[in-house]
Ligand binder design. Structure first.
Ligand SMILES: N=CN[C@@H](CCC(=O)O)C(=O)O
Ligand SMILES: [Zn+2]
Length: 412
């Protein structure tokens, strides 16, 4: 199918396909073509340019996008979208004064979700997860990473990863899978953390690798969850199976998680709500992408990742939703981009770079996704008639998206 889109008010994030991420001051630049055309063939972007330079092209269909903006679809590089049920009661408990930590300590939190998940069939889990995935695709997400971590048993973790595999097979967008067996300590292992980690490493990890169920490995490196030693041990084991780390660090405390991630060549270090100047410095010169999750900061009323300090150090930054039932029950990347502007003082250009090309990098997809580039996948968002791209984060809470194309096909 050869499709030509014409009269595009602005074609956003137009880059050479070789750009894999943008850092520091570069993040302020968002290359664009006003009054543009875009030509796609099957699942790929073929060409684009200014309307005044439109050549004669043989096409199957021409679509007039007057007044509308086109930008690459969002890449969401950190989600826990495969979970069972919800935790709105804990949300109410927090409104009434309990903290996230207090809820976790009395068996709520991740353990609550793990209990529900282990009682839910794989079919039902798939149904709930597919419906969330369909929702976020319509909201502009064109590539997604999904973690396990709500099983905490061999059966439960494999169940989640098999559901992720099925989502990969049944939906037309890239889905990357991360094994997060070390997400929390199940109550059966209370005071036996070493034994739990041994079980994760010796029993679950080989099974995950045998069925080829994950690309990445993750751990919740945090006080009260897993230590730096645990992180070293798990990531070392993951390496033997070819699983690259993408890890949860610095959500509540800075305990050396960023440095551990870097030492193990993590593709990304995620959360980063609490960052010391040393944490920021240690990322300089590395290939590890810092990832901020502002939906979690909003929902838990915890600090926002210091985006300005990170970018001012010359570093890149990516944005993701952290879609999960406990700390960020929303997979809406549009809201994430708005929050980044409103609460983290990122400019719309910086936030869009963080949610597209840098987010693609954070899941090894920047060769094919994250920008409007010749030869990349035809994954993009068409907005409603809006005055400018800054209107997207500005109009927080409204849906400015008219259509989303994934691999050259409209999802509507
Ligand atoms: N921080 C660890 N894991 C999730 C939250 C888990 C939960 O509360 O269910 C996160 O990324 O925020
Ligand atoms: Zn997370």
């Amino acid at each position: 199918m050869r499709l030509l889109f014409i009269n595009i008010r602005e074609l956003i994030q137009v880059r050479d396909a070789s750009v894999e991420k943008v850092s520091g001051l570069e993040m302020k630049k968002l290359p664009k073509i006003p009054n543009a055309w875009l030509f796609i063939e099957d699942d790929k972007i073929s060409d684009f340019g200014k309307m005044e330079d439109l050549p004669e092209i043989q096409v199957d269909q021409t679509i007039d996008l007057s007044g509308k903006i086109v930008l690459p679809s969002w890449c969401d590089s950190h989600t826990h979208l495969v979970y069972a049920g919800n935790r709105e009661q804990e949300f109410v408990d927090r409104i009434n004064g309990l903290t996230y930590e207090e809820i976790a300590n009395r068996g709520g939190g991740i353990l609550n979700s793990a209990k529900t998940l282990n009682e839910t069939s794989e079919e039902e889990l798939y149904k709930q997860s597919a419906s969330r995935l369909e929702e976020v695709i319509k909201l502009g997400t064109g590539a997604i990473e999904i973690k396990s971590g709500y099983g905490l048993t061999k059966e439960g973790e494999l169940k989640i990863l098999r559901v992720i595999k099925k989502l990969k097979e049944n939906y037309n967008l890239p889905v990357k899978a991360t094994f997060l067996g070390a997400h929390a300590l199940p109550s059966e292992y209370k005071n036996r953390k070493e034994e739990y980690l041994t079980m994760v490493i010796e029993e679950i990890l080989p099974a995950v690798a045998k069925e080829d169920l994950a690309e990445y490995i993750d751990i919740f490196c945090e006080k009260g969850y897993f230590s730096i030693e645990d992180t070293d041990r798990l990531l070392e084991a993951g390496k033997k199976y070819g699983l690259q780390p993408k890890i949860h660090v610095n959500q509540f405390n800075s305990i050396g998680g960023v440095q551990a991630g870097i030492a193990h060549k993590a593709l990304s270090v995620d959360h980063l709500e609490v960052m010391t100047p040393e944490d920021i410095k240690s990322l300089i010169g590395t290939q590890t992408m810092p990832v901020a999750l502002p939906g979690c900061s909003l929902f838990l009323s915890i600090p926002y990742t210091p985006a300005r300090a990170i970018m001012e150090a010359g570093l890149p930054l990516a944005l993701a939703t952290d879609f999960n039932p406990g700390s960020s029950p929303s997979g809406n990347m549009n809201l994430v981009v708005s929050l980044a502007c409103i609460k983290m003082k990122m400019t719309p250009e910086e936030a869009i770079n963080a949610a597209t090309i840098n987010a693609a990098y954070a899941m090894d997809l920047s060769k094919t996704h994250g920008s409007i580039s010749r030869g990349k996948k035809a994954n993009f968002i068409i907005t409603k008639k809006i005055p400018s791209y800054a209107y997207l984060p500005y109009s927080f809470g409204s849906n400015a998206i008219e259509d989303v194309y994934i691999n050259g096909k409209s999802v509507n």
